[in-house]
Design a protein around this ligand. Structure first.
Ligand SMILES: Cc1cc2nc3c(=O)[nH]c(=O)nc-3n(C[C@H](O)[C@H](O)[C@H](O)COP(=O)(O)O)c2cc1C
Length: 332
């Protein structure tokens, strides 16, 4: 494979959609790809143990249209992560990412996710082991610190250690995770955002690709951060809840004018939906990710309601999508 996405390439990640468990599954990613050709899409986190012992095809299969797509792994055992990276190799992901940012209990009990911010040497070992098995860039997604850590001290130390392991690309969720007393949801809202610190990391480590994540809700905001020198912006919740606002037109960040209308996005999804239904899948498994497509537009509630009420019924097909679409396309 010619590697035109070099590890030092600062351009390929100008915008990415964050890994989100239960949300960014392959149907969601195909849907997002119908809006942007360029944004990097991340999978939900898959644990290294699941890749090794679990149903690999179900966990790792993706559709060719999803490229560029990154697989996010969770774990804290270098040998296990190396093995999972090796197993995933033939699937052809464009990047393998290690999760050092997620504070969920499930994740903490396995000693991975954000708690690893306290163990940068172990993270470096994990990443070095993954790099040894990966034909594509290995990246890391982290927080600025956890609990009573001082981000100004621990973040540069963390970055130095992972860069020492060979990582060239870091995505920083610009807030701490408080591991005690906050739910994962609260940990995405309550600890304050510190964008200046992430910007400083880009200045202090200019040779690294540094992407910012956390609290970005519009393309304009992403563009403003890029203009301040960051290499990329990763958007999670806003891309999911209001995908048209964030992803339609996003390709302008790469100088491209691809910006399909939201109705055209639905039409582009039809072959994917038809194939999924023909395979015995349920309509709802795809349309649940599309509920926010018309957010803020006349008929948005009708679109959402028709899909929510009908798409999970046995036998629900493309006619339900057509019915929902009428709510936004036919003037009342
Ligand atoms: C439902 C949900 C699931 C998430 N799952 C993951 C995950 O699997 N791995 C991860 O690194 N972060 C996960 N996150 C965190 C997001 O990737 C992102 O860091 C966070 O939402 C902040 O970005 P935002 O403000 O743009 O949403 C999840 C967030 C949400 C809302």
């Amino acid at each position: 494979m010619t590697q035109n996405i070099l590890p030092h390439d600062h351009g390929s990640h100008r915008l990415s959609v964050a890994p989100m468990m239960d949300w960014t599954d392959r149907h969601c990613r195909v849907f997002h790809r119908a809006m942007t050709r360029r944004a990097m899409l991340y999978t939900e986190m898959v644990t290294a143990a699941a890749v090794i012992h679990g149903p690999r095809a179900r966990l790792l299969d993706f559709h060719a249209v999803e490229h560029p797509v990154a697989l996010q792994l969770g774990g804290s055992d270098p040998a296990e992560l190396a093995r999972a990276t090796r197993i995933a190799g033939p699937w052809g992901y464009d990047e393998i990412n290690l999760n050092v940012g997620c504070p969920s209990d499930r994740v903490q009990s396995g000693c991975f996710g954000a708690v690893l911010m306290e163990r940068p040497a172990l993270v470096a070992d994990c990443l070095a082991a993954m790099i040894g098995e990966s034909p594509v860039p290995v990246t890391v997604k982290c927080r600025i610190g956890v609990d009573d850590q001082i981000p100004e001290t621990v973040l540069p130390d963390f970055i130095e250690k992972v860069a020492g392991a060979g990582v060239r690309h870091i995505i920083i969720h610009a807030r701490k995770a408080w591991l005690q007393g906050l739910s994962p949801k609260e940990n995405r809202e309550i600890p304050p955002l510190d964008y200046p610190l992430v910007l400083r990391m880009k200045r202090d480590f200019p040779e690294l690709t540094i992407c910012l994540n956390g609290g970005v809700t519009t393309l304009a905001q992403a563009e403003a951060l890029l203009a301040q020198g960051l290499d990329g912006v990763m958007i999670g919740r806003a891309a999911y809840h209001d995908p048209a606002a964030v992803l339609i037109g996003a390709d302008r960040l790469w100088g491209e004018d691809h910006a399909p209308d939201a109705v055209a996005v639905v039409q582009a999804m039809r072959p994917h939906i038809a194939a999924h239904l023909a395979d015995g899948g349920r309509l709802h498994q795809i349309t649940r990710h599309m509920l926010g497509l018309f957010h803020g537009r006349p008929g948005a509630r009708g679109w959402r309601r028709v899909l929510s009420e009908n798409a999970s019924r046995p036998g629900a097909g493309l006619d339900v999508v057509d019915m929902a679409l009428e709510r936004v396309t036919v003037p009342v």
